[in-house]
Design a protein around this ligand. Sequence first.
Ligand code: SF4
Length: 340
Amino acid sequence: MKWIFDLTFEQLKEEITAAGIKKFTAAQIFQWLYEKNIQDINAWSNIGKTTHAALAKQYDTTLNKIIAKKEDHAGAKKILFQLSDGNRIESVLISEKDHYTFCISTQVGCALNCRFCATGRMGFKRNLSPGEILSQVLCLQKEIPGYTGKLNIVLMGMGEPLLNYENLKLALEIITSEKGIGISPRNITLSTAGILEKIRRFEKDFPRVKISFSLNAPENVLREALMPISRKEKLPDILEYFKATAADRKHRITFEYVLIKGVNDSLDHARLTSNLLRGIPCKINLIPFNPNGSIGFETPDPGDVEIFSDYLHSKGYTVITRWSKGRDIKSACGQLAAEE
Ligand code: SF4
């Protein structure tokens, strides 16, 4: 039996036509699965009972299994899923003032091994399929029944999204399509540690999706120590690309900077960061490191965070410090899965 969420609209249409079902049924199925978010085949009232039976024989329409939910004091809810092969991933639902944000995973574990990240410690297990990526959105929507307001999606959970490019692309096509979940690409942000060739390609494929770059250090030597990917993907090359393409981009790049006590949180680091990003239309998210017993880093002093932030402000940058929800999300990505 096939898992229906891994099929594109065209694939589904082709398969059901070959099985003797009218091809317009594909649009009805997509509407039930994605727009109405109802996966019980027997509830698909505009499709006949004989077709129900044929579809039930051919397709598995059950979503990923939720095995744990945890809410933090600031209203972020982490959801732990068990996949069909027993692997586990997490998503996070964040309640903001006037909207919700869904933080979605793209891989089981991660190969990039950033030193401050719990997911990196797990190592890489496998890529998520298109359906495993997009069905996280459906599951999180079920956590807020009846809500029809603004939704943001951040591809910032477990894994480096650009290292699972083809599956991510298929998932985003259904997430953003009017036939699918119908979320505007402008409300989606891809967070990356920086794979330059893939960033170029992604910006061509999805020009309206926002890019968030995980900076974390203002020079390549320190960045290499924190993020081994920097040995291959050099910081100056990536920043040069952001500068050279700034005029073609409709949004500002977000630079994420996990502040770690005594490592990258000094005023000198702030000065270097300011000089480094000069000329790139951007926002800076400062994320004080979220302590984790198995990672030997510490949370910076609030005073040092303020000095860092004030300096960048004084140089004209838009700076947001994420002490609460953001901190739980990014610097602890993978933590729930790792704990479980
Ligand atoms: S921070 Fe992101 S890219 Fe780095 S190891 Fe964690 S999940 Fe992977």
